[in-house]
Design a protein around this ligand. Structure first.
Ligand SMILES: Cc1cc2nc3c(=O)[nH]c(=O)nc-3n(C[C@H](O)[C@H](O)[C@H](O)COP(=O)(O)OP(=O)(O)OC[C@H]3O[C@@H](n4cnc5c(N)ncnc54)[C@H](O)[C@@H]3O)c2cc1C
Length: 432
């Protein structure tokens, strides 16, 4: 089967991770015609927390409660970091626009504008993040106020032990207790977060879970649970369980693949097409051909027997690093997989990693990626933009280690904004 599109779209986004989804959204919001190709499967591995910047510098592991002060420090210290190409207003604007989209899609997020918020994790630790699912916010408030809290684990759910969390938190959250209950209808053995979350969208399951929790309440003012409170209908499920228990409930992110990640994936997949994005999911771009007019022709293939050729006036690569397959590590060098663009990388393979896996400075290979000009246009070996109408965003960019700096989603959203804005100007012929 083949599907030839005739008119070129303004922009094709390659990649359906956080950066690709954000780029597609920001582009349609600015009136561009957009097609997007990729798989959004990686998103479910993310926790659902949208980090802005939590750690800088990596070597000392300094943790910042104020992400904007951290961004200031980073811009001073690391002028090649992608954040240094964006103003704070840009970064903030990208979060605001993406979170507004998620709220419209039924997935509200909560931000404390001047601060990273400590979110309780299933390890009994706190992770600082910037934007968090609204379903997790009552936990942040309860901990700040030292409220009496009951953490409820589910029998058979791996990686979530309420007694272990209570033991780890005994010093920092004195009025915290633990209970473990069976999930309504579970037959024993292992239970799975996605199945439970979908089951929770039935009113009977909410009432049955509330009934299982009630005997353990014993004066608890707030109840924390693993993230299993619905997928598409999570807001209504959390509200109904709070009503049934007569106190706020909050969710705790658990090990991947995660339900908050799944919610993000489904919200983007369902609502971007409604906004006009032509989405080619579970497809890959197998070939990119630059056209004489500055645009590109792409060969797209995926399901057996399906292929199509798409054309566009400009192209945005949000293909990720090694996990997304935007970069590939070969024996002697790291390659960019689509156009074989130059990759900023250590000169010699022996320099990719430091001797000690846990070296506090991180590993040079984790800063590898595509170097761009200030308009997020990938550079050729000449140091000039490789193509006038080619842009890049997200993890594929060089000079950042999002995992250690705790800036994964923020980097994706903010650089998507920078790239889309430049793309729009390039299409209008006003980009220098
Ligand atoms: C386990 C895990 C936990 C995380 N936790 C957090 C967290 O707590 N907070 C946070 O802020 N961030 C977190 N992140 C990071 C965040 O989710 C994103 O991974 C990061 O922002 C990078 O996004 P990206 O879109 O640039 O790349 P990726 O997510 O890697 O996406 C790249 C996309 O490009 C596609 N692609 C590549 N080549 C092609 C091709 N030829 N044709 C079509 N498509 C192609 C891939 O299929 C994929 O869809 C986490 C990530 C992981 C993996």
């Amino acid at each position: 089967m083949s599907d030839q599109n005739s008119a070129p779209v303004d922009l094709i986004v390659i990649g359906a991770g956080m950066a690709g989804m954000a780029a597609a959204l920001l582009a349609v919001n600015r009136g561009l015609t957009v097609a997007q190709v990729g798989s959004s499967a990686e998103i479910i591995f993310a926790s659902g927390l949208l980090d802005l910047l939590g750690v800088h510098p990596i070597a000392t592991g300094r943790i910042w409660r104020d992400p904007w002060a951290a961004v200031d420090a980073l811009r001073r210290d690391l002028p090649r970091h992608p954040y240094a190409r964006l103003s704070k207003a840009d970064i903030q604007g990208a979060f605001t626009e993406f979170c507004a989209f998620l709220a419209d899609a039924g997935l509200p997020y909560w931000i404390d504008p001047g601060r990273n918020s400590p979110v309780l994790t299933s390890l009994g630790t706190f992770k600082l993040t910037y934007a968090l699912p609204a379903s997790m916010q009552p936990g942040v408030a309860a901990r700040a106020a030292g409220r009496r809290c009951l953490i409820v684990a589910i029998k058979g759910l791996k990686g979530f032990s309420a007694p272990q969390m209570a033991a780890s938190l005994a010093a920092s959250w004195p009025h915290l207790r633990a209970a473990t209950v069976a999930f309504p209808g579970a037959q024993g053995g292992e239970v799975y977060p996605e199945k439970m979350a979908r089951a929770m969208e039935l009113p009977a399951a909410i009432e049955d879970l509330a009934a299982a929790i009630r005997p353990h309440l014993d004066g608890a003012e707030v109840v924390g649970l693993p993230s299993i409170l619905g997928v598409g209908g999570c807001r209504a499920v959390a509200a109904a369980l709070s009503t049934a228990l007569e106190r706020p409930v909050f969710e705790i992110p658990s090990i991947p693949p995660s339900v908050p990640g799944l919610r993000l994936k489904e919200a983007c997949e369902q609502h971007l097409p409604r906004k006009g994005v032509r989405l080619f999911l579970e497809q890959r771009v197998t070939e990119v051909q630059p056209l004489g007019d500055g645009g590109f022709a792409l060969q797209v293939a995926g399901r057996p027997g399906f292929q199509t050729r798409l054309t566009c006036r400009s192209l945005l690569m949000a293909t990720g690093r090694f996990l997304g397959a935007g970069l590939r590590a070969e024996r002697g060098r790291i390659r960019e997989t689509l156009l074989d663009l130059p990759v900023f990388q250590p000169q010699d393979r022996r320099q990719w990693h430091r001797r000690d896996f846990l070296d506090s400075r991180g590993h040079p290979v984790n800063q590898a990626g595509i170097a761009t000009d200030r308009h997020f246009r990938p550079l050729a070996t000449t140091g000039r933009p490789a193509f006038r109408q080619l842009f890049a965003a997200g993890a594929i960019l060089a000079h950042q280690d999002w995992m250690r700096m705790k800036c994964g989603s923020g980097l994706a959203l903010a650089t998507a904004l920078g790239a889309v804005r430049a793309c729009r100007r390039a299409l209008a012929g006003t980009l220098d």
